[in-house]
Design a protein around this ligand. Sequence first.
Ligand SMILES: C[S@@+](CC[C@H](N)C(=O)[O-])C[C@H]1O[C@@H](n2cnc3c(N)ncnc32)[C@H](O)[C@@H]1O
Length: 202
Amino acid sequence: MSIANVWDEKFQREGYVYGLYPNAFHVSESARLKSNSSILFLGEGEGRNACYFASRGFAATAIDASPVGLQKTNDLASQLNVTVETILQDLMHFEADQQYDALMASFLHLSEPWRTRIFREVINALKPGGFFIAEFFSQNQLQYSSGGPKNSDLLYTVDSLQDIFSISSAKIHLLEEVVACLDEGRGHQGDAALIRMIIEKN
Ligand SMILES: C[S@@+](CC[C@H](N)C(=O)[O-])C[C@H]1O[C@@H](n2cnc3c(N)ncnc32)[C@H](O)[C@@H]1O
């Protein structure tokens, strides 16, 4: 089954799996961004983050492999009377053909070797001084039942992310593991082992 089919099946159910409200870490870190910044959301699913940031005046673009997820992004954008550009693409083929003020990702479950390739491309897709803001499930999430994959290949460690982003063109502002309580639709509920990351392109 392709990644698009896996996520289409989840998103075909009624309602929004991760709710209608944005990821709290994304919101808390958005103070770093200048008004009207352009933001590319990676693996944005049903669009809760992109629609929220569009409603705050940012130029939001959402990329995802799931046509059903992006249709729900468009539906939510219409309901909120905001504009979100959507790009249907498997990130395995992601190339930085445009640069953004920020890229954001919440719970994008990538395995290697694509993870390293895609995250290096993320840096290329940032304007100088741009930020990559992301929240992932850590490998320690296997001990919790609040959501996320049960396959450790799709979960993250601080060390593996440190290896990927310890390059001259990127400055790591934050890379930490925390346990925090998620309240995001029916998909993410309860205490979770999370990795939070803020990278700035030099
Ligand atoms: C757990 S959901 C998170 C959705 C959204 N970021 C949120 O927090 O509400 C993971 C999303 O990543 C997308 N995704 C996973 N692997 C992908 C890939 N290789 N290319 C594009 N999208 C991908 C899925 O289609 C799905 O929408």
